[in-house]
Design a protein around this ligand. Structure first.
Ligand code: PLP
Length: 406
């Protein structure tokens, strides 16, 4: 079996036999000429059902995740929605990691609830709590690791063992880690979801999502058949241009993740030594509670970290005062971004038990030169100091908030 970077460059990427073009053409077409009624030339009929550019990307990503099949959608949320519709039925219950993307909580608690789906949020780091939350009608366990934005680490093998014991599906959102750092299917998960908008696309220029599945049979049907049919019948597919951009990004994923991880490691360590910072949440730091687990189940620690400043004023000032760390939602592009999750990506959790601490800021560390990023962070910390003072003195409050949010 070829290695990661070889598969990333070649899997699913069929060279053009007509011109010899090294890069497969973008099949920007809605329909395909038939050689007779229902006689399809290369298996393609209509691009909602299949399109060679989308197929190439799906094969490439499934190969990297070690899955039986992959399906690509118009966004990460569209991929999640398609997966849930394909495998659930009214009356089913979901166990959902409490620390996770706010949009996933919103999708389940606001949209799927209308169709008779219920869910319970659990601490992703506590397998006893996961077990205790399982009900007779629990059909699916959903976890994100590392989690967004608290960077918690879930024990993938432990979650998978519970899913198998209770006959439920385990779905892992692998957006933060990517298949380069972690392959959840190898630990027993049944499906992986991605926002390919993030590291897979890698350049903040495309929206997309994907589901990758094993050959597991669920309620008498293979997961691949169920999700393939949902993709075709529901229609939230990724278009040819978007599939091409995602496939192009995926070819360099391994190289980019190495660099993101190096930069994030340097920055995380540097931030721990700063008096303006109460706590740095990064699984690569030895004092992170999930450090040993992350070291065991991941190839590296990734490019996302969160930090807690003295208070809300300090966090807001920090987030709005840098040049290279641009204030923006999303993550995983080559450029560095800073986000205030409580009111940006996770605003839907305000007022719930899962709301994000007000002094927390998330960084998506890009591939720029580390010394330039540190100089930029120095500017951000100066603004935080002016607005909110030093956090080391005020740290206990922030720490308790994170403990509560976990
Ligand atoms: N999963 C995670 C971990 C995310 O961070 C996001 C978006 O931020 C999504 C899913 C949703 O993906 P999209 O924005 O592509 O719909």
């Amino acid at each position: 079996m070829s290695g990661f970077n070889t598969l990333a460059v070649h899997a699913g990427q069929h060279k053009d036999p007509y011109t010899g073009a090294v890069i497969p053409p973008i099949y920007q077409t809605s329909t395909f000429i038939q050689d007779g009624i229902n006689v399809l030339r290369a298996g393609h009929e209509y691009s909602r059902g299949s399109n060679p550019t989308r197929d190439g990307f799906q094969t490439q990503l499934a190969a990297l995740e070690g899955g039986a099949a992959g399906f690509s959608f118009a966004s990460g949320i569209a991929a999640e929605d398609a997966l849930l519709r394909a495998v659930l039925a009214p009356g089913d219950h979901i166990i959902l990691g409490a620390d996770g993307y706010g949009g996933t909580h919103r999708l389940i608690s606001r949209l799927h609830r209308k169709w008779g789906i219920t869910s319970s949020a659990v601490d992703i780091t506590n397998l006893d709590a996961v077990r205790a939350a399982i009900r007779p009608n629990t059909a699916l366990l959903w976890v994100e690791t590392p989690s967004n934005p608290l960077l918690g680490i879930a024990d993938l093998a432990g979650w998978a063992a519970l899913a198998h014991e209770y006959g439920a599906l385990l779905v892992v959102d692998n957006t933060f880690a990517t298949p380069y750092l972690q392959r959840p299917l190898d630990f027993g998960a049944h499906a992986v979801v991605h926002s390919t908008t993030k590291y897979i696309g890698g350049h903040s220029d495309v929206l997309g999502g994907a589901v990758i599945v094993t050959d597991h049979l669920h309620r008498g049907e293979s997961l691949a058949e169920a999700i393939g049919f949902q993709q075709f019948a529901g229609g939230a597919v990724s278009g040819p241009q978007d599939s091409y951009l995602a496939a192009r990004g995926l070819k360099t994923l391994g190289l980019r993740m190495e660099r993101h991880g190096c930069n994030a490691g340097v920055i995380a360590q540097w931030l721990t030594e700063r008096p303006e910072v109460g706590r740095v949440l990064y699984p690569g730091l030895p004092d992170h509670p999930g450090h040993a687990l992350a070291a065991a189940q991941q190839r590296g620690f990734g490019g996302i970290l969160s930090l807690q400043l003295a208070d809300e004023a300090a966090a807001r000032a920090f987030a709005q005062s840098m040049e290279y760390f641009q204030l923006s939602v999303s993550l995983g592009g080559v450029e560095s971004l800073v986000c205030y999750p409580r009111e940006m990506t996770h605003a839907s959790l305000i007022g719930t038990a899962l709301e994000i601490p007000a002094n927390l800021v998330r960084l998506s560390v890009g591939i720029e030169e580390p010394e330039d990023l540190l100089a930029d962070l120095e500017r951000g910390l100066a603004a935080a100091r002016t607005a909110g003072g030093l956090a080391k003195l005020a740290a206990p409050a922030g720490r308790q908030q994170v403990a509560a949010a976990r």
